[in-house]
Design a protein around this ligand. Structure first.
Ligand code: UD1
Ligand code: CA
Length: 463
């Protein structure tokens, strides 16, 4: 947006969270609280953003240090919102356009609401525009006091309000669009003569009104948007509302979500059309799900990439894995970081895969561990197969070429290389490389002792 900068007030202690972690970094659907207003501002293409930090400031800077267009201003002592805005202005020297002022703890704020605030501000040529809301009960919010003509005269904090003012239902969201030059001038005149002994940013409204400058307010249609997070109950309520929004967005994009209240999808996830998501599924981080996939009950995917038509059966846990089209995983499978499954691979129940690439159409259907391995295409890995990749000091690679058949209960003591189309007999412990098309067995020969079975032992046991 042209000539619009933003300041995000985030220096407060967040005492009511009762936490060692600064309020701004408490996660909501996997992202810290503060990232939500910052994402909203990013949607508006505002390229100058100043975050006012104080409590937990270093952790906040560390977390957001590579966020584009962001700078930080320290407010060492929390003397109130006007003082915080003054700190932010030090990061906007020479700027004389409009400034959006947003609190760091309003995760549900929508970009289009801010856009409308800016548009109304510009069209009305106001010096201050206040985003307001009409609530059934004004709670602890500041109240908007109007004059007889219906113009906004001042904002009164709940703690400073008269009983009549407390009855006002139109409240201050703490979100404003303000002319930068007016803000500089107004902040210089604000004192701390109030119930909290703080410098109130809200006093800029009375300042503008008294000096006959234009002030407007605008009621947000959905008051949830301006909900500020002060404690953990509000945090979880916001998370529920946010999760609901995200699910509806994917439903609108052609994703079937069964029993949606039981599904959580984090904000950076993307999902293709005609994918079906069953109850209890969690999609986290930067997970990408293709189209026509089926995600069974209780599946958990963290930073996973799924191609089209992938079938994830119930209770499978996938992390930092890449899975190509038509693969089938689970139930009860675990894909750990560095797993790459090519097209139509089948990973069955109680199979764990780590740092391994498995070629087209290969199968490991039951009870296996495949770690630090490269498996070709058309390979069948029998039940109970293990890659013994670790000698207590280092990890080693197992390479299994195309078309190999691995009998059940085999172990590969890595490093080891199995040539194309080899056949590994069931129960083998393979310690040396196997040439192409060979059969390998490494189990003791079967011995038969006739007529010494159970029927012959009857009555001969030690009593
Ligand atoms: C503020 C408004 C109130 C409004 C409410 C909306 C004032 C005086 N009051 O009250 O009218 O209804 O927000 O939620 O502005 N902060 C700093 N430094 C400070 C103090 C606060 O950075 O010295 C930050 C906080 O981290 C927070 C924001 O400013 O993100 C709001 O501060 P808070 O103390 O929560 O203000 P409220 O009392 O809720
Ligand atoms: Ca607040």
């Amino acid at each position: 947006m042209d000539q619009v900068a933003a300041m995000v007030l985030a220096a407060g202690k967040g005492t009511r969270m009762k936490s060692a972690l600064t309020k701004m970094l408490h996660p909501l659907l996997g992202l810290p609280l503060l990232s939500y207003p910052l994402r909203t501002l990013r949607e508006l293409n505002i390229d100058r953003q100043v975050v006012v930090i104080g409590s937990g400031g270093q952790e906040i800077m560390d977390f957001f240090n590579d966020w584009p267009g962001l700078s930080f201003a320290w407010q060492r002592e929390q003397k109130g919102t006007a003082d915080a805005a003054a700190a932010a202005l030090t990061g906007l020297e020479g700027f004389s356009g409009n400034v959006l002022i947003v609190c760091g703890d309003v995760p549900l704020l929508r970009a289009k609401t801010l856009e409308e605030l800016v548009t109304r501000h510009q069209q009305s040529r106001s010096v201050v525009s206040v985003l307001s809301a009409v609530l059934p009960d004004g709670e602890a919010y500041g109240r908007l006091v109007l004059d007889a003509a219906g113009n906004l005269e001042k904002i009164v904090e709940a703690r400073d309000a008269s009983p009549a003012e407390l009855d006002i239902r139109r409240i201050n969201s703490g979100i404003y669009c303000v002319d930068a030059d007016f803000l500089r001038q107004a902040l210089a005149g604000i004192d701390c003569d109030n119930a909290q002994g703080e410098y109130y940013l809200t006093d800029m409204v009375a300042e503008a009104y008294q000096s006959n400058r234009k002030v407007i307010f605008f009621d947000v249609a959905d008051p949830d948007e301006i909900m500020g997070i002060n404690d953990r109950e509000q945090l979880s309520r916001a998370e529920v509302l946010l999760a609901d929004r995200i699910r509806k967005q994917w439903q609108a994009a052609g994703v079937t979500i069964r029993f949606p209240d039981l599904v959580d999808i984090e904000p950076e996830v993307t999902i293709g059309m005609d994918t079906t998501i069953e109850k209890g599924v969690s999609l986290k981080g930067k997970t990408v799900v293709g189209s026509g996939c089926h995600l069974g009950e209780g599946a958990i995917l963290q930073d996973v990439q799924l191609g089209d038509g992938v079938d994830v059966l119930p209770y499978s846990v996938l992390e930092q894995a890449k899975v190509e089209a038509g693969a089938q995983i689970g139930p009860f499978a675990r894909l750990r970081p560095g797993t790459i499954l090519h097209e139509k691979v089948k990973i069955g129940n109680f199979v764990e895969v780590k740092k391994a690439e498995i070629g087209n159409g290969s199968k490991a259907s039951h009870l296996s561990y495949i770690g630090d391995a490269t498996v070709g295409s058309g390979v069948n890995i029998g039940a109970g197969t293990i890659t013994c990749n670790y000698d207590g000091f280092k990890k080693y690679q197992t390479i299994i070429e195309d078309g190999v058949f691995v009998g059940s209960d085999s172990q590969f003591v890595a490093p080891v290389h199995i040539g194309k189309n080899a056949l590994v007999g069931a129960g083998s412990t393979v310690t040396k490389d196997v040439p192409e098309n060979a059969v390998v067995t490494s189990r003791s020969r079967q011995t038969i002792y006739p007529n010494r079975g159970m029927a012959s032992r009857a009555g001969k046991g030690k009593e």
